[in-house]
Design a protein around this ligand. Structure first.
Ligand SMILES: Nc1ncnc2c1ncn2[C@@H]1O[C@H](COP(=O)(O)OP(=O)(O)OP(=O)(O)O)[C@@H](O)[C@H]1O
Length: 299
């Protein structure tokens, strides 16, 4: 794995350590009568890996979509390095925010290298169509772009497969290629939506190392994941979404020890939660039954 941090062409450039990279305030997203995300604040600072967790349907992907211009939030604003992000996804990428998707979105019939080159189109003057059609403008910029794409493939561990079709890669490598393609836009912030979904434990550990290496390149990371071990090993901070609202935010130990988080995942009530009185009643009845002397026939 190389860790060349060179940024080229029109990349936004590195940022000072500790600077707020992402600042989402009061983000709300409604779909008709359904509020999928409600008044969520979240910051990511440079040098940080931040996790976003929550049960299925909690609003995590919807929140990502609000950050990346796929959705325009019903309320709230999203700033990247102090500037409000535009509401079109290609402009968000150009501003310095890249993402991967829960469902892999590669160009299946293009090679590994071509997929990464397409990811560079926001950083070259030639643009997407020129990249796809390999027009004269693209050819001129091709060499530098290809060098950078190969650096990224080395970094991600797929250089030897540069000419393989994306669709022929094993699943874990397709996920890696998606990350390489996102990195090709030279982001300052990378959003990963379930990067280890479908991976075996070995691939998951390798992805953990990869995300640390990306952070060490100077790219802040916000990651959605259901694998708790992955999240708690990896993240400096974790925010928990439940039914569209941010329930808890803190370091791994704080979040793991918060009974509301356990309750949200396991469906167990916490102190003062609705239903707590009924649960106490059932528990008392069970304790009484246990304490009662058993009849001979029960033995
Ligand atoms: N385009 C949409 N139109 C209507 N409802 C939507 C839309 N997208 C998401 N939702 C709803 O918003 C809620 C949040 O969904 P979302 O996919 O953001 O959750 P999630 O936390 O990412 O879940 P998972 O972990 O299962 O991926 C769900 O009730 C979902 O059905």
């Amino acid at each position: 794995m190389t860790t060349d941090t060179t940024t080229k062409d029109t990349a936004p450039g590195p940022h000072a350590p500790g600077e707020t990279v992402l600042d989402a305030r009061g983000v709300t997203m409604r779909f008709g009568g359904l509020t999928a995300v409600r008044n969520v604040d979240l910051t990511v600072n440079s040098g940080e890996i931040v996790g976003l967790i929550g049960p299925n349907g909690a609003g995590k992907t919807t929140f990502f979509n609000c950050l990346t211009g796929l959705y325009t939030p019903t309320e709230g604003e999203v700033r990247y390095k102090g500037k409000i992000l535009p509401s079109q996804s290609f402009k968000v990428t150009a501003a310095g925010v890249a993402r991967t998707f829960q469902n892999i979105r590669l160009f299946a019939n293009m090679t590994v290298l071509e997929n990464v080159l397409v990811g560079r189109h926001t950083r070259t003057k030639e643009g997407l169509w020129s990249a796809l059609l390999r027009g004269p403008g693209f050819k001129k910029a091709e060499k530098a772009s290809e060098e950078r794409a190969m650096e990224l493939l080395e970094f991600i561990g797929l250089a030897a497969k540069r000419d393989h079709l994306a669709r022929n890669l094993p699943y874990g490598e397709q996920r890696k290629l998606e990350i390489a393609r996102a990195l090709a836009s030279e982001p300052g912030l990378l959003l990963l939506d379930e990067p280890t979904a479908g991976m075996n434990p070995q691939e998951t550990r390798a992805t953990e190392e990869l995300v640390f290496a990306i952070r060490d390149m100077g790219i802040a990371v916000l990651v959605i994941e259901h694998d708790m071990r992955f999240i708690f090993n990896l993240c400096d901070r974790v925010a928990v979404l439940v039914q569209g609202e941010k329930l808890v935010e803190g370091d791994s130990a704080t979040v793991q020890g918060d009974e509301r988080v356990v309750a949200a995942y396991l469906g167990e009530p916490y102190e003062d939660a609705p239903g707590q009185a009924e649960v106490a009643e059932v528990e008392a009845a069970e304790a009484q039954a246990d304490a009662a002397p058993r009849k001979e026939t029960d033995r």
